[in-house]
Design a binder for this molecule. Structure first.
Ligand code: SF4
Length: 368
């Protein structure tokens, strides 16, 4: 049986576990050492890269651990990353970082839990360990290695952010207060539990002098963050001169949803529909739109593709138009309105209006 306490090389891949914090505590490394001793520079740099990878890639790479020293640095890099993210005090970065850690752990867990042959019992063991860790009562179905059952109360605790209809209780075949889940679905629920745990105490209340002492790392991270936020587009290339894809002219309601998607915030179905229809209407390709959804906590490429193709009219032959401002208001998706909103009744008209305005201004600047 895998022993979390005994195997730092394994433990450092899941640094949010209680056993991992205990190990850090028992290592005797003080906060002062962690933030300033030359011995721990490797841990600090890795802590910084945890956050920059979260910013740039939306996940955190899991290294191949080849020595105990590397395992220790990897383990210590996690509390240091938490200190860094706390000193930056940016709510959206906290969410993005927590989601990236959770996604990376989810990938590792999926890999470990799907091993077959001689590793099958270790694979079941890791599922049990995770269920214990997060207090999710779970059992494998009799004679089964791939299906588990979970009491619905435990299921509900971690599925409120999962918007896809397959997670709705009515679609799960509830029987005797328990739900059946494929092992991979259970691991997906564990990802939610991990995300909640990582996000729970962030930002930590880090004293100002500590934040100052580590400012050379936080400044680099802030720079990356600014670059990411200033980057043109939302994961799709702007065609040169193709002003029909100019995000700076998007209406506030659409920009709001896109910024939430970019930050890994879960977006309700109605808002997803509105943004997808809007982007299709202005000429984005389906691939570009699917790419925008990649950061969603519950991203499922197959389902996203199906939904985008449906809205594009590939399934039923009718391409949907983005909802009007009235409909957006009805469903609470009209947000952060500005003065142009008062002149239009449709987000697409907002876009056309603002594009023309921008073109006129640019023209004027050129002639001046
Ligand atoms: S008024 Fe229309 S365009 Fe403006 S934010 Fe609301 S829905 Fe969007």
């Amino acid at each position: 049986m895998t022993d979390w306490h005994a195997e730092p090389a394994h433990l450092c891949l899941y640094p949010f576990l209680l056993a991992a914090s205990k190990r850090v505590e028992e290592s005797g490394v003080t906060l002062e050492n962690l933030i300033s001793s030359a011995v721990f520079e490797r841990a600090r740099l890795r802590g910084k890269s945890r956050i920059t990878e979260a910013i740039k890639e939306g996940t955190i790479r899991k290294p191949v651990i080849i020595s105990d020293t590397q395992a220790e640095m990897e383990l210590l890099s996690y509390p240091f990353a938490r200190i860094l993210v706390s000193c930056i005090r940016d709510e959206r970065l906290v969410r993005r970082y927590a989601l990236s850690e959770a996604k990376a752990a989810h990938e590792k867990l999926l890999e470990e839990s799907s091993r077959r042959g001689s590793s099958a019992s270790a694979s079941a063991n890791i599922i049990y360990r995770m269920s214990e860790e997060f207090g999710i009562r779970m059992d494998f179905l009799a004679g089964e290695r791939e299906q588990v059952q979970v009491p619905f109360v435990d299921y509900l605790r971690f599925t409120t952010n999962l918007r896809d209809k397959r997670w709705k209780l009515v679609n799960r075949g509830l029987g005797k207060g328990k739900l059946k889940l494929r092992k991979a679905e259970f691991v997906r629920i564990v990802q939610e539990a991990i995300y909640e745990r990582i996000k729970k105490d962030l930002p930590l209340d880090v004293p100002e002098d500590i934040c100052k002492a580590i400012s050379r790392y936080t400044e680099d991270i802030k720079h990356e963050l600014e670059e990411m936020r200033n980057a043109a587009g939302y994961g799709f290339e702007l065609d040169s001169g193709a002003v029909v894809k100019d995000p700076s002219c998007f209406p506030p309601c659409i920009s709001y949803v896109l910024s939430n998607l970019k930050e890994g915030v879960n977006v309700p179905h109605g808002a997803r529909f509105a943004v997808t229809a809007f982007l299709l209407n202005i000429g984005l390709s389906k691939e570009e739109i699917i790419g925008i959804y990649r950061n969603s906590p519950d991203f499922d490429e197959e389902r996203t593709r199906y939904q985008v193709e449906h809205i594009a009219g590939d399934k039923g032959g009718v391409q949907y138009t983005a909802p009007s401002c009235d409909t957006m208001r009805t469903y609470g998706n009209c947000v952060e309105t500005d003065e142009i909103c008062e002149k239009v009744s449709h987000p697409l008209n907002y876009y056309k209006y603002k594009l023309k305005l921008k073109q006129k201004q640019e023209q004027k600047q050129k002639t001046e």
